[in-house]
Design a protein around this ligand. Structure first.
Ligand code: ACO
Length: 167
């Protein structure tokens, strides 16, 4: 695979399955290196967390593949109850393998999640991000998310879903 952005169409996004979990464990632990305070302690915890995400998000547990290899995933619940925002598309987790970051994989996963949120009639997307995860916070800001609050070490961010009714 050449360096840089993959050609349009080479990133395929599909539902994640239980068979994906071992590859996603490796991907999650690799992507959280240096951010361990916000990640999972080890492979067993990561496997447990990924199974919870898949069970909880169902339709919104999506894997990005390039040439048949998982390079990222998103876990998004399209109808989540937030105490302050009401019903939202909740982005529980998004992770791209370090070697594939900065090539449009994260954006492609977010766009699939937005489409799911629109299909459920949601107007807002929301997420929690670690306070010292500056890279992800900047990335979310670039994608149009705004900070609206915090809980301990976690920052709450949200944005209107692009193309949603009332945006
Ligand atoms: N700050 C600002 N802009 C950025 C950054 C950054 N840190 N990184 C990339 N961008 C730009 C890209 O250049 C691109 O711009 P363009 O579309 O105008 O060319 C755009 O943002 C889209 O970036 P992608 O390449 O799609 O992003 P990527 O595939 O790298 O995914 C992600 C971003 C998911 C944050 C990835 O870096 C990652 O896995 N990080 C480690 C794990 C993590 O922190 N996940 C988020 C935890 S919080 C939660 O899950 C709710």
């Amino acid at each position: 695979m050449p360096e840089g952005r993959p050609a349009t169409g080479t990133i395929a996004i599909r539902p994640g399955t239980l068979e994906d979990i071992p590859a996603l464990v490796d991907l999650l632990l690799a992507a959280y290196q240096g951010l361990e305070e916000y990640g999972e302690e080890g492979p067993a915890e990561a496997r447990h967390y990924l199974k919870w995400l898949r069970r909880t998000c169902k339709e919104g547990f999506l894997v990005a593949e390039v040439e048949g290899r998982p390079v990222g995933f998103i876990a998004a619940c399209p109808d989540w109850k937030d105490w302050e925002l009401g019903r939202v598309l909740e982005i529980h987790e998004i992770v791209v393998a370090p070697a594939w970051q900065g090539k449009g994989v994260g954006r492609a996963l977010m766009e699939e999640a937005y489409a799911l949120g629109r299909a459920y009639g949601m107007a807002l997307a929301a997420l929690w991000v670690g306070e010292r995860n500056y890279k992800a916070r900047q990335w979310y800001a670039k994608l149009g998310f705004r900070e609206i609050g915090r809980w301990g070490d976690w920052i709450r961010m949200f944005r209107p879903i692009p193309g949603a009714k009332g945006e």
